[in-house]
Design a protein around this ligand. Structure first.
Ligand SMILES: [Zn+2]
Length: 84
């Protein structure tokens, strides 16, 4: 986890959207959460990404996104990838 690569996601915070101001610290390594020292709000490392609040594993979502990426066979052909 790298606090310098993160920014505060709270729109009411004076540091909202700005990186490397020294206001972000690690809140929990285990839960992968950061903390803004200015507005005192914690946030998930995945906030603002496609992986935020997932109920499915990140690996499965990455696999599905890869399969949906343009350049793969047409949807009717794609079905054959799942049927074995
Ligand atoms: Zn903040």
């Amino acid at each position: 986890m790298n606090p310098h690569a993160q920014f505060c996601h709270n729109p009411d915070c004076s540091a909202h959207g700005q990186r490397d101001l020294g206001n972000i610290s690690i809140h929990s390594n285990k839960e992968r959460r950061y903390y803004c020292k200015l507005c005192k709000k914690p946030f998930a490392a995945t906030q603002g990404t496609a992986f935020y609040r997932l109920q499915t594993s990140a690996e499965m979502v990455a696999l599905v996104l890869t399969l949906l990426f343009p350049g793969l066979p047409a949807p009717s052909d794609r079905r054959r990838l799942w049927v074995r």
